[in-house]
Write a protein that binds this ligand. Structure first.
Ligand code: AMP
Length: 393
């Protein structure tokens, strides 16, 4: 089956992001925000022409099904003769079962429902997007592309927690996230830096959510995220790695409920909690407050600690790649992380590092043993690529 046009959907709790691909090329993108309340749709062509920019009616904003009908109308407005051949969906959790994308049959859809407890804030909405797409595009193939799939190459020693193995068998494992982004970067390295593409690479995906991955020969060796997206680095509002003893203490001595602790660690911590100012890197970089400076210093230091661990597990380092909103744009973060890593063979070119990564840039000196780059990620392109591969197989 030849697949020409692919719609990529990333359905969240109150939003649906969408992007339309013809071949490898993105021709249209947009999103609906505010589902369930006062929702709005925005969509523009790759050339920047606005196709739709309006509020949804109460009826249209009810749920993912009704919202997808609006996306359908937008697609018709963009191109009245448009035929969507397949729909690729971002699904956060594929449990330990899925190490690759899957065509969503009735049985698969039922099975995916059973993964909801593993990612309660994400998976149910991703599945609502699939159900909506089935109604909006009857008979067209839907492919689930998992954020966790890329990390299923991890060995037991990197995937397990040191608790009785019956919990591992039940699925309490370090699944890892941001797989679409890491996979995209691993493939993109063959185009932009083929000399390191099969080597030992640490990729730092630094966005609102953030994680790092040790990639050897294009495969995930290990990653900083674990069972849920709260693990690992300090993020916009998530704490990252924390001694579980702190959680026991908060519950037993501060009278907090499990739900309150979850809220604290997911929504009130990270850069927001450390700075007391903002979760947004730009606000912190523009602030003169010593609290902002201390939070930024903390952020870089956490990345550095994890980098050391990832390099040690791989037994070497050929390249570091920064990506995500912060990795692509914040020269200050990149410089802060790389400062002091000369002993690893990292030499940063300060001039080159000033640039934003609109496309792949090298920020290390020619003499640097370790190549350091910033590469824009493209999770949607990865999902479109995987969707095509599954449908054409
Ligand atoms: P993402 O989740 O990948 O969209 O990334 C969002 C993060 O990128 C936010 O913390 C932004 O503050 C950060 N970001 C975007 N642009 C810049 C910039 N020019 N400098 C520093 N941080 C940026």
């Amino acid at each position: 089956m030849t697949i020409e046009t692919i719609l990529v959907l990333n359905a969240g709790s109150s939003s649906i992001k969408f992007q339309l691909f013809k071949g490898e090329e993105s021709v249209l993108s947009g999103q609906i925000d505010g589902l369930g309340a006062s929702a709005w749709i925005k969509g523009k062509s790759a050339e920047g022409v606005t196709i739709m920019d309006r509020a949804l009616s109460e009826e249209e904003a009810q749920n993912h099904n009704t919202a997808l009908q609006v996306i359908l109308a937008l697609l018709k407005e963009f191109d009245p003769n448009l035929e969507v051949d397949a729909i690729g969906h971002r699904v956060v959790h594929g449990s330990s079962k899925y190490s690759a994308p899957v065509l969503v049959t009735e049985e698969v859809a039922a099975e995916l429902e059973t993964f909801n407890p593993l990612a309660p804030l994400h998976n149910p909405h991703n599945l609502a997007g699939i159900a909506g797409a089935k109604a909006a595009f009857p008979g067209k193939p839907n492919v689930a592309c998992f954020d966790t799939a890329f990390h299923r190459t991890q060995e037991f020693k990197n995937e397990a927690y040191a608790i009785p193995t019956k919990y591992y068998d039940e699925g309490i494992r370090r699944y890892g996230m941001h797989g679409q982004s890491f996979h995209y970067i691993a493939e993109e390295l063959h185009n932009v830096a083929p000399e390191v593409a099969n080597g030992k690479v640490v990729v730092a995906h630094l966005g609102n959510g953030a994680s790092m991955c040790a990639i050897e020969n294009g495969k995930s060796v290990t990653t900083t995220m674990g069972f849920t997206p709260v693990d690992g680095l300090a993020m916009g509002t998530r704490s990252g790695l924390i001694d579980p003893g702190v959680i026991f203490y908060l519950i037993e001595n501060k009278g907090m409920s499990a739900k309150e602790v979850a809220n604290l660690l997911n929504k009130e911590s990270g850069m927001k909690g450390l700075s007391g100012i903002s979760q947004d890197m730009r606000d912190l970089e523009n602030s003169d407050s010593p609290d902002a400076k201390r939070a930024l210093d903390y952020y870089d230091n956490r990345i550095k600690r994890e980098l050391g661990a990832l390099v040690a597990v791989m037994g070497g380092l050929d390249a570091i790649v920064f990506t995500g909103g912060i990795g692509e744009n914040s020269s200050q973060t990149r410089a802060g992380v790389c400062k002091g890593l000369e002993f690893l063979g990292v030499e940063i070119d300060e001039e080159a590092n000033k640039a934003r990564a609109k496309e792949a840039i090298t920020i290390s000196k020619g003499s640097s043993k370790v190549k350091v780059m910033a590469i824009p990620t493209n999770e949607e392109a990865m999902i479109a690529r995987q969707t095509r591969a599954i449908c054409e197989a």
